[in-house]
Design a protein around this ligand. Structure first.
Ligand code: ADP
Length: 308
C-alpha cells in the first residue's frame, strides 16, 4: 500500500489564485521522497492540505489507505508534520512542548515522558529539556520541531524545508537522524531548496512548478540527465581569444572571463591543467547555473507550467 496517493489535487485561494492545478503524486511506503520546486510552486500549499491546515478545492488524498475527507482523524494519526515556520509558545520549556503535543494526540503521560526522553536524547536536546523555547538557537528549534512531529510516531513524516538556515554541522546531524528514521521504516517526504540535500537523502523526487507536477523520477536517473555543467572562470591575465582546448569547449565572455562546459566525469582539475599548459591562470570559478535551477528550467521546457 502506498504511503500517499494524491489525485487531481486542486487549490484555489480565496483571492482566486490557483495554487494547485491538478496534482497527481504517489509516494511508496518506506520511500524517502523529495518535493522540489521554485518559490511559489505550491509545495507548502500541498503540504498544508495533507496536514489539514489548508482546505483543498478538489481532488483526493489518501494516506496509508485512509481518505482525507472520510477519515481525517486516521490520516492525522499516521502523519507527522514539521512545518517551516516556528509555531511554538516561546515561553514553554523544551520538554513541555513535546508533552503538550503528546497530550493533543491522547498519548498517556508516562508513555509521553518516555517518548519525549527518547527523541530529545536522539536529537541531542536532552540537556536542554528545561530550557525555554525562546532561548534555543535556530538549529535547536528545528530539531525540537522534528521531535514534536514524531511524538505520536507517525508512519509518514513530512518536513517543509527542515534545514533552511541551519549550519552545515547541524544539517549533517539532522540528515543522519532522518536516514536512520527512514531505515527503521518511517516514510519521509521533504521539501528543500538544496539539491544536495535531496541528492544525499532521497530515492525519489518530484518537481512541482506553478501548481503542477512537472517531473517524477528516481534520483539517480534524474541526476544522470544533467549531463553537463557550465562554469565561468575569472582569469588572472586578460585574453584576446578563447583557447582552443580539444576536451573543453570555451567561449570568451570578456577579456577576463571564460565560459567552459564540463561533461559528467570531466574534472575541474583536468580543466585547470589544460589551461595552465597554455599559460592561462584562473583566479576563481563559479557555476553558471546551479543544478537545481537547471532541473527547474528543464522541467519548464517539458511543459511543466505555462510561460510566465
Ligand atoms: P511554495 O511552498 O512552493 O513556495 P506556496 O504553496 O507557499 O509555494 O504558494 C504557492 C502560490 O500560492 C504562491 O504564488 C503564493 O503566493 C500563493 N498563496 C499561498 N498562500 C496563499 C493565500 N493564503 N492566499 C492567496 N495566495 C496564496
Amino acid at each position: 500500500m502506498p504511503a500517499l496517493v494524491v489525485r487531481q489535487l486542486r487549490k484555489t485561494y480565496r483571492n482566486g489564485f490557483e495554487a494547485l492545478k491538478g496534482v497527481d503524486l504517489t509516494v511508496d511506503a518506506g520511500d524517502f521522497f523529495a518535493l522540489l520546486g521554485p518559490n511559489g510552486a505550491g509545495k507548502s500549499t500541498l503540504i498544508g492540505i495533507l496536514a489539514s491546515l489548508v482546505n483543498k478545492s478538489g481532488g483526493e488524498v489518501t494516506v496509508f489507505g485512509h481518505d482525507l475527507d472520510r477519515e481525517p482523524e486516521a490520516v492525522k494519526a499516521c502523519l507527522g508534520l514539521v512545518p517551516q515556520e516556528f509555531n511554538f509558545n516561546i515561553f514553554l520549556p523544551v520538554v513541555e512542548v513535546l508533552l503538550n503535543q503528546a497530550g493533543y494526540y491522547g498519548i498517556p503521560r508516562p508513555e509521553a515522558l518516555e517518548r519525549a526522553e527518547f527523541y530529545l536524547r536522539k536529537l541531542e536536546l536532552w540537556d536542554r529539556r528545561h530550557t525555554e523555547m525562546r532561548q534555543l538557537s535556530g538549529g535547536l528549534k528545528r530539531r525540537l520541531m522534528i521531535a514534536r512531529g514524531l511524538i505520536h510516531q507517525p508512519r509518514l513524516l513530512i518536513l517543509d524545508e527542515p534545514t533552511a538556515g541551519v549550519d552545515i554541522e547541524i544539517r549533517r546531524g539532522m540528515w543522519e537522524f532522518l536516514r536512520e528514521l527512514n531505515a527503521q521504516g518511517t516514510t519521509i517526504i521533504l521539501t528543500t531548496h538544496y539539491l544536495e540535500e535531496a541528492e544525499s537523502l532521497c530515492r525519489h523526487i518530484a518537481i512541482i512548478n506553478r501548481g503542477r507536477v512537472a517531473e517524477r523520477e528516481g534520483m539517480t536517473r534524474l541526476l544522470g540527465r544533467l549531463e553537463a555543467e557550465t562554469f565561468v572562470l575569472n582569469l588572472k591575465q586578460p585574453l584576446t581569444d578563447a583557447p582552443d582546448l580539444p576536451d573543453f569547449p570555451c567561449i570568451l565572455l570578456d577579456d577576463m572571463s571564460l565560459e567552459v562546459e564540463l561533461l559528467r566525469g570531466q574534472s575541474v582539475n583536468s580543466l585547470f591543467s589544460a589551461l595552465s599548459r597554455r599559460g592561462i591562470e584562473v583566479a576563481s570559478l563559479r557555476n553558471k547555473q546551479n543544478r537545481l535551477e537547471r532541473l527547474f528550467l528543464d522541467a519548464l521546457d517539458k511543459g511543466g507550467g505555462e510561460p510566465a
